[in-house]
Design a protein around this ligand. Structure first.
Ligand code: NBP
Length: 474
């Protein structure tokens, strides 16, 4: 018997993906550099479906039906290149290598171009949902050629999460498009998590609620428009009691957030593309600030406001809910802007509404809200920003008083709320009739003769600042 698809790299993600494929009735070849993992998988879960274990790459490749579909689930970076080098010589034109790791899209573009020369399809694929998603239905974002999707799509859609029967998997676009979109997904995830963390901090320090009470607030929010996986698990974490101390779990965790890099990549890429993603950037920086223990220790005695807690009146939790919803809309608007900019830059032709559709389940940012984004792009596929969609514009408009109040309260009490504050500043910047960028242009022209454009005439202009200050046009 031949396998329909193979998975090499059987750590948590690869193992669960292989099991997911087998459970769906697809005979799956399995291979791992260290063969103990392969054996363990078949011993523990062999009864879940048809597994064809292989000890060597040659055996693995020989057990795959043609054209071969080979999924690589190894550590991103050099290991992925090593595995490609190992397997590519064993493949034939038309075969497909699917990289399901968290690769940088630029690496995926390089690998795709190089394998294309050998006639092998390289399909950089974003997979979200962690180990649980890999087993029970992840959100899958495949890039690569349309031909490869024709051969892989049905299999990937079959094992993906579903919303009302619609798979959380679609062809994102050529070469690195899938990994690009997965990267931005993770950037949005950073932003969403930061906004939730700020909400918790404000409810605790400004409103004086205990973690267990805040868990209840989040549970309530999870029955409304904020309903999402991240809000749900936030309530779980806040309600959890530490066995050792008997106190709230959140109080015994060291307050230094770590990161693996996809949030940073989202921001670096946004800088290259010239896309303002302040919400995502502040989320990455907030983790970075938290990790600088030495800096924080040295700064501990810097003065703050006289009053550092309380002062949040009745209705504050509702105000925070509104600030959170409005800031979340901004975070997603910024993330989708980056997707559209990347798509234009690299010629991917990504359908943003389809991305919202496949994020509705299976992934970490799954939320009721994503259906709204899908609907917004359905109503206007070319909308320059989600903020002007009728639903979102109304929601943000309704929220704005509360949003401002929350940022003011945080500022007054000295509670950092960079996510809320930057989201509001972005909103107000977009709304502004005039921005002080006009002055910036004047300064640039003054010190560097960088020229400026005028509101009333076409062309570039320069004022002779060092001379008689007449204006010259170019
Ligand atoms: P890891 O990222 O921990 O990678 C371990 C796997 O890589 C093992 O199978 C290991 O083989 C293999 N490997 C390494 Br390391 N170097 C190798 C080499 N030079 N040649 C061949 N194989 C090599 O596994 P994971 O956590 O399952 O994640 C797999 C991929 O999925 C990663 O790219 C990750 O970023 C991505 N991802 C993870 C999650 C998650 O929640 N964990 C979610 C979404 C995406 P060995 O057994 O012989 O050491």
């Amino acid at each position: 018997e031949q396998a329909r698809i193979g998975v090499t790299g059987l750590a948590v993600m690869g193992r669960n993906l292989a099991r997911n494929l087998a459970r769906h009735g697809h005979p799956v070849a399995v291979h791992n550099r260290t063969s103990a993992r392969t054996k363990a998988l078949v011993e523990e879960f062999g009864d879940e479906g048809t597994f064809l274990p292989a000890e060597t790459p040659e055996q693995f490749v020989a057990s795959l039906e043609r054209p071969r579909r080979l999924v690589v689930m190894v550590k991103a970076g050099a290991p992925t290149d090593a595995v490609i080098e190992e397997f590519a010589p064993l493949l034939e034109p038309g075969d497909m290598i699917v990289d399901g790791g968290n690769a940088h899209f630029a690496d995926t573009r390089r690998r795709e171009a190089s394998l294309r020369e050998r006639g092998v399809h390289f399909v950089g694929t974003g997979i979200s949902g962690g180990e649980e998603g890999a087993l029970n239905g992840p959100s899958i974002m495949p890039g690569g050629s349309p031909e490869s999707y024709a051969a892989l799509g049905p299999l990937l859609e079959d094992i993906s999460a579903k919303v009302d029967g619609t798979p959380c998997c679609t062809h994102v676009g050529p070469d690195g498009a899938g990994h690009f979109v997965k990267m931005v997904h993770n950037g949005i995830e950073y932003s969403d998590m930061q906004l939730i963390a700020e909400s918790y901090d404000l409810l605790r320090r400004a409103a004086g609620l205990a973690p267990a009470e805040i868990a209840e607030v989040f549970r309530t929010w999870n029955t409304g428009r904020l309903e999402s996986y991240l809000i749900e698990i936030t309530a779980e974490v806040l309600a959890h009691t530490d066995a050792a101390t008997g106190g709230p779990f959140v109080d015994v965790v060291l307050d230094q957030a770590e990161q693996k890099g996809t949030g940073r990549w989202t921001v670096q890429t946004a800088l290259d593309l010239g896309v303002p993603v302040g919400g995502i950037a502040e989320a990455v920086f907030a983790r970075s600030v938290s990790g600088h223990a030495d800096l924080r220790e040295a700064s501990r005695n810097l003065p703050g406001p006289a009053r550092t807690g309380g002062g949040a009146g009745a209705g504050f939790a509702d105000a925070v809910e509104k600030a959170l919803y409005a800031s979340k809309i901004v975070a997603y608007a910024q993330g989708f802007h980056e997707i559209q900019a990347g798509s234009a830059e690299y010629g991917w032709n990504i359908d943003p509404g389809a991305m919202a559709t496949i994020w509705r389940d299976g992934c970490i940012i799954r939320a009721r809200f994503l259906d709204r984004i899908r609907a917004a792009y359905e109503a206007d596929p070319h909308t320059p920003t989600l903020l002007t969609d009728a639903h979102f514009a109304e929601a943000v408009g309704d929220a704005q008083d509360a949003w401002r109040e929350v940022v003011v309260t945080a500022t007054r009490l000295g509670i950092p709320a960079p996510g809320f504050a930057t989201a509001l500043a972005y909103y107000d910047s977009l709304r502004a009739d005039r921005l002080p960028a006009a002055l910036t242009q004047g300064q640039r022209d003054f010190f560097g003769a960088h020229t400026y454009r005028r509101v009333d005439r076409d062309g570039s202009f320069h004022t002779l600042w060092g001379g008689d200050r007449t204006e010259v046009g170019t």
